[in-house]
Design a protein around this ligand. Structure first.
Ligand code: SAM
Length: 276
């Protein structure tokens, strides 16, 4: 197991012990446990940043925990999978989100699922078989070197997997390569995960790789963000052929890409862009 996984376990145990101590009326002990939980939580995050890597398969039970704003239902709302599409999930784990997406695009659509741990792929495949889902093509591989041809997918998504990838820029350039020009990229992150990637950092990285943030849902500590490929950089500004908008009922994260209709409009709005 990664040392950040041990630290997360330590934080969880300390928090539970702190709560028990609180209810038992031993205030000093409760405070001590909360301090230990905070310390191990910070250590987990630091170790995750300094040594990113895949979550241990031994911890897969945490993937079963209820996700609230990160539920498969919420993913379907932002990903908007259509029947017959070809979609890729990178880092599916045991397939909590993969199975519902495969159902939504089936039976003719295909969900490709790529995870670097064979044990995760085996679990996912077994769960799919058990659920009678036959349109998942699961393979073992690395997000930084995807074994797919250019423009192969209508959409790519990753849920709490991005922060585990050592070279996220390399992964993004692979996502850009395999997504169709009018395709979409959806990324979900949760702060409780030591590998959490904040939305602002994600947006900047995506922009550098040629993706504009279209919208986000959920809250900052547990969000989904949907991106569209931009056209080739022209005049230093990323060009999107999609109107980038913010969902009225969703986060207040500013949109960073705007579709230009004419060169006049382009010049007028150039000031509004965030450049990298
Ligand atoms: C925290 S788990 C999340 C699993 C699933 N997305 C979910 O939310 O239930 C992250 C998954 O990403 C996979 N992963 C990490 N780094 C990867 C990489 N470079 N390429 C492919 N998969 C990777 C891990 O093996 C693990 O299954």
């Amino acid at each position: 197991m990664r040392r950040q996984d041990w630290a997360v376990l330590g934080a969880a145990v300390s928090l539970i012990s702190g709560t028990v101590a609180l209810f038992a009326g031993t205030m000093a002990l409760a405070v001590a446990f909360v301090l230990v939980a905070s310390f191990t939580g910070v250590a987990a995050r630091m170790w995750s940043h300094s040594g990113p890597g895949p979550m241990s398969h031994a911890l897969r039970f945490v993937l079963w925990l209820p996700r609230g704003p990160h539920s498969p239902k919420r993913l379907l709302q932002i990903l908007e999978p259509h029947r017959g599409e070809r979609i890729l999930e990178v880092g599916p784990g045991i397939g909590i989100h993969a199975l519902p997406v495969a159902k939504a695009i089936g039976p003719i659509g295909v969900l490709d699922a790529l995870d670097m741990q064979q044990a995760m792929i085996a679990d996912l495949s077994a769960r799919a078989r058990h659920a009678g889902i036959a349109n998942i093509a699961a393979v073992c591989g690395d997000a930084m070197k995807l074994p797919y041809s250019d423009s192969a997918f209508d959409a790519v998504f990753l849920i709490t997997a991005l922060g585990e990838i050592p070279d996220q820029d390399a992964a993004f350039s692979e996502f850009r390569r395999v997504i169709k020009p009018k395709g979409r990229l959806v990324i979900g992150e949760m702060m409780i995960d030591p590998d959490f990637v904040p939305l602002g950092e994600l947006r900047d990285r995506a922009l550098r790789a040629g993706f504009a943030l279209e919208r986000s849902s959920g809250l900052r500590p547990a969000y989904f963000a949907s991106f569209r490929p931009t056209l080739a950089m022209a005049g230093g500004f990323p060009q999107s052929e999609h109107v980038i908008e913010r969902h009225p009922d969703e986060s207040d994260e500013p949109a960073v890409g705007i579709a230009f209709d004419s060169s006049q409009e382009k010049a007028a709005r150039a000031d509004e862009f965030e450049t990298v």
